[in-house]
Ligand binder design. Structure first.
Ligand code: BGC
Ligand code: NOJ
Length: 811
């Protein structure tokens, strides 16, 4: 069952009922100012950091769901309704929400009044624009009142949600004409404030929440709206809000537009007052002056649209498969941008106050983003590497505003260092910019010990070399990619963090998954060394990789699949010997995609075992059989009921690893079958089961053991976005950036047909026509570039050349 449809021409998903199984959200903002917005106008805004600089308040896990947003109430006689249905939930005559690239447009109607709200964050300003247009579609005159409503967050969202003894006494605002200024804590250590303004005269305002809502009432029926009259309250402490009241008369057929701007403004620390306790308005005057007219809004909106048209022209696909076209050309890349911007900080599952930027996560996010804006990827790489420790290990997370490592979590996740190689390699392959390798980058933000980025990579690489266990496999530390496989934790008391409790430096527990990573990224590291002319280092790296490869074949192979790990007693995990958790996806996917056991025929065997044991209708599960009891020696993974999360859920993130591994051994049918299982454009049909947004990936889909298999959770902020984009674009469609140029080596399912890819790469445009006359899964029989036959399948890169017309014949 569907709750909307894709409008590919407009790059939108159109939601046709407010009653979606879960809130279906979108992200506004590309640079520093961001908003989350749901299909019923829920959500919140922040500047740079969802924890430290949150502008508006949102209540996570609230009842009713998705409470608080930017709401517009329309009072028409005795009827009060909202453009996005919530919070009044008045039944609407029509409703539509279009989530597009960086904007959402709501259109609804009630009793002959049509209302539209176009919400977006302009490209270069720190504000969100809501343009509300009211139209009288009836044949009688309408006397309406329009009320806006946002609730301010007192900046630090964490403190805001718990420190009431202080916060109920700090709130402060100013109101001048149609602008409400939120200035809590401005009198002391802040030099920033927020504004909420409208481009028309107002007939009333409120800034004290309870004055607007009425005591013991909620925002579904504010007293002021019911009375048709704001109280002009000025907040002192308690909970400051911003409400405008505008009385609107509309003749039949008449429309009026109102431009609301919610903005973040900063003053110089030593020049922040206009007069005693009156904030200096220069930055907000400047900001608000830019968005006064419909033309201003149209222009800013066009800029945003053009920005996305530009970005999405970098990789485009024309194939016979509409669903794949739609994901590749629009939604998968869009989600890659969002995960790049947010890492794991703010979604409807990540509260914005917990995990900031993940070292592992952000490096992986780069893989699907780097082609879009390489300069931002470069900056991000430097930020991430700057939090690395001198011994090559890394803070697991850092805060976006401060860019400092998070000491609460610390380090000890032994896969982290290798992901830096993955990110840097992707950047250099995309851009050819080896200057980044020579950048001077600090350790733990300490510039006095800075070295080149290449030296950082060396320390990443050597961290694994220097931290091996009894089988010569990498020590796992607190966890590897699977945060919940905590083999050195042994936690017995509720509330202890599985990741932070226990000795992280256990000398025994080993990860076969990290071994797979080491083989893959060790080779990529060697290639980077070669680019810098350091053949000796490349040779040394390959020697270490070979040692690891052999260790995996010796002690990481279980007969029919790869072992997952060895625990702190050196017992196997993910082996036939185990009662539960006999086979895991990560080691099988990653070792195979890294090429381990391909020539020995073991990769094929492992992937066949994955199909046999881990496949279910909705995807490939992370392990089987699910753990049914808590194991002290395994940690969080066994804390989840069977079928959920890391305990036999379908972790969408590592499904593409298996799909990529299938392309490595040339099985296009199977690679595509896996691709389809978790692909939003395909699961749209079962939205009532899947529940999360049908235009983006979610982190986890409940596995076969779950109460409701196929139910998705934790949408948007997941490495699935980047990995799936790599899978489909670089492996299935097969356009992979190498240091020498683009390689074309598709691995497609039978019947996929011919297709065309346009790829902008290092300043040139490549038009790549792939023909598959014999309907094979893999293999390039011939390639021509500009009509000339070229041997192999790497398009030779010529300095300065702007256009490449490439023909590929598979066979
Ligand atoms: C979650 C993981 C997450 C980890 C670290 C666990 O509870 O299941 O997905 O990565 O916490 O925050
Ligand atoms: C989510 C985390 O963000 C990611 O880093 C981790 O790899 C997966 N969970 C699996 O545990």
């Amino acid at each position: 069952m569907k709750f909307g449809y894709f409008d590919d021409a407009n790059r939108e998903y159109v939601i046709t009922t407010p009653k979606t199984p879960l809130p279906w959200i979108n992200y506004l903002g590309c640079n520093d100012f961001f908003s989350l917005v749901s299909n019923t106008c829920g959500g919140y805004s922040f500047y740079k950091d969802a924890k430290l600089l949150r502008l508006t308040r949102y209540r996570y896990n609230n009842v009713p769901a998705d409470n608080n947003g930017k709401y517009y109430y329309i009072k028409d006689g005795d009827t009060v309704w909202n453009i996005g249905w919530q919070p009044s939930k008045t039944v609407l005559d029509s409703y539509e929400c279009r989530h597009g690239m960086g904007y959402s447009r709501f259109t609804s109607a009630k009793n002959g009044v049509k209302a539209e709200n176009l919400a977006f964050v302009p490209m270069n300003d720190t504000c969100e624009i809501n343009r509300v247009i009211l139209t009288n579609e009836s044949d009688t005159k309408k006397e309406l009142s329009l009320f806006s409503y946002v609730e301010w967050c007192l900046w630090n969202a964490d403190d805001d949600s718990r420190n009431f003894q202080r916060n109920f006494s700090t709130g402060e605002v100013e109101v001048i004409d149609s602008t409400i200024y939120h200035k809590t804590e401005y009198r002391e250590r802040r030099n920033h404030y927020a504004v909420f303004s409208v481009n028309s005269p107002i007939d009333g305002f409120d800034t004290q929440r309870e004055s607007f809502l009425g005591a013991y009432r909620d925002n579904s029926n504010p007293e002021a709206v019911e009375n048709g009259k704001c109280t002009d309250s000025v907040a002192h402490g308690w909970s400051p809000v911003a409400v405008h009241q505008i009385n609107v008369t509309l003749e039949p057929g008449e429309s009026k537009s109102f431009i609301f701007v919610l903005g973040y403004c900063e003053n110089p620390v030593d020049d922040k007052w206009e007069s005693k306790n009156v904030i200096k308005k220069t930055p907000s005057d400047k900001l608000l002056a830019k968005y006064k007219t419909d033309d201003d809004v149209d222009k800013a909106f066009k800029e945003l649209k053009d920005y996305w048209t530009g970005l999405l022209s970098i990789f485009t696909l024309e194939s016979n498969n509409d669903k794949v076209n739609r994901m590749v050309n629009i939604w998968n890349q869009y989600q890659c941008m969002v995960t790049f911007n947010m890492s794991r900080s703010a979604s409807y599952y990540e509260s914005g106050i917990g995990r900031g930027m993940g070292f592992r996560d952000s490096n992986q996010d780069l893989l699907g983003f780097v082609h879009l804006i390489p300069e931002r990827a470069r900056e991000r790489i430097i930020d991430i590497a700057s939090t690395q420790f001198r011994n090559g290990s890394a803070y697991h997370q850092y805060q976006p505003l401060t860019k400092r490592g998070n000491s609460d979590i610390g380090s000890g996740f032994n896969d982290d260092p290798l992901w830096l190689i993955a990110g840097v390699s992707a950047y250099v392959r995309e851009t050819g910019d080896i200057s980044i390798l020579k950048e001077n980058v600090p350790y733990d933000n300490d510039m006095s010990v800075a070295t080149t980025l290449m030296e950082h990579l060396k320390r990443s690489f050597d961290f694994t070399v220097n931290n091996k266990g009894p089988h010569g496999l990498p020590l796992i530390g607190r966890a590897d990619w699977n945060d919940c496989l905590n083999l050195n934790c042994f936690s017995e008391h509720p509330g202890e963090s599985f990741q932070c409790f226990g000795p992280s430096e256990g000398p025994v527990a080993e990860s076969v998954f990290i071994a797979g990573m080491f083989v893959k990224y060790g080779e990529e590291y060697a290639q980077l060394a070669e680019l810098l002319g350091d053949d000796a280092e490349a040779k040394r790296a390959r020697k270490e990789v070979k040692i690891m490869y052999d260790a995996v074949l010796k002690d990481g192979w279980d007969g029919d699949w790869f072992v997952r790990a060895y625990d702190a007693y050196s017992n196997k995990i993910g082996s036939k010997e185990c009662e539960e958790g006999k086979i895991f996806i990560e080691s099988n996917g990653f070792c195979s995609l890294a090429g381990i056991g391909v020539k020995e025929g073991l990769a094929k065997k492992a992937l066949d075992s994955v199909k046999e044991h881990l496949d279910c209708e909705y995807g490939v599960m992370i392990l089987q059989p699910a753990y049914t009891v808590y194991h002290l020696e395994l940690g969080e993974i066994t804390s989840y009921p069977p079928g959920y999360k890391e305990n036999a859920g379908i972790f969408c993130h590592n499904n593409p690893w298996v799909s990529i591994a299938e392309t490595v051994i040339g099985r296009g049918d199977r690679a595509f079958e896996i691709y389809k299982k978790t692909c939003p454009a395909y699961t749209e049909e079962i939205s009532e089961i899947h529940k999360t947004e049908p235009y983006v990936y979610c982190q986890m889909v409940a596995g076969a053991d779950a109460y409701i298999p196929g139910e998705g959770k934790n949408s948007w902020l997941t490495g699935t976005a980047a990995w799936t984009f790599c899978n489909i674009s670089q492996y299935i469609l097969g356009v992979y950036p190498t240091h020498k140029g683009l390689r074309v080596d598709p691995c497609v399912p039978h019947g996929f047909g011919d297709f065309k890819i346009t790829r902008k790469f290092r300043g040139a445009t490549y038009t790549i026509n792939v023909k598959n006359p014999s309907d094979v899964e893999k293999g390039v029989k011939a390639m021509t570039v500009d009509g000339k036959k070229v041997s192999g399948n790497v398009i030779p890169y010529e300095e300065g050349k702007k256009e490449y017309a490439v023909e590929i014949v598979m066979g």
